[in-house]
Ligand binder design. Structure first.
Ligand code: SF4
Ligand code: SF4
Length: 119
């Protein structure tokens, strides 16, 4: 159990210093299922949009609108406990994660650096 907690904390620290998988220019990037939508509760309408009969997380300036860019250069999912299934299934240090970092890690680094410099 302690091992699991330590792993979860390490994953959280890694993700807070990364955020690559939350970046994408595609407005249909993160699919939101009916169950996901319900979990978002009162914030569902504000955070999602519909296209071709499907629901997605809104994107803003190249990243998911729920991603908070913090002034210390780190990131945080502002709906972590309610995040969609797709986000839950992406395991840190998995092959998909590594591909995300390869594809968008640089974009995330650049944006985080800009926020850090602005203070
Ligand atoms: S790409 Fe991997 S390390 Fe980066 S935030 Fe996503 S899951 Fe975490
Ligand atoms: S819901 Fe959270 S984890 Fe999923 S893409 Fe948006 S900011 Fe990232």
């Amino acid at each position: 159990m302690a091992r699991q907690t330590a792993d979860a904390e390490a994953d959280s620290a890694t993700c807070c210093a990364c955020g690559a998988c939350c970046f994408n220019e595609d407005s249909r990037y993160v699919l939101v299922s009916g169950e996901d939508y319900d979990r978002l509760g009162a914030r569902a309408e504000e955070l999602t949009h519909f296209a071709s009969g499907l629901c997605f997380m809104r994107m803003h300036e190249g990243h998911c609108v729920a991603l908070e860019l913090q002034t210390d250069g780190r990131v945080r999912c502002s709906i972590y406990e309610q995040r969609p299934r797709l986000c839950r299934e992406l395991e840190p240090r998995s092959q998909v994660c590594e591909r995300e970092i390869e594809d968008k890690g640089e974009t995330s680094r650049r944006v985080r650096l800009q926020v850090l410099q602005r203070g």
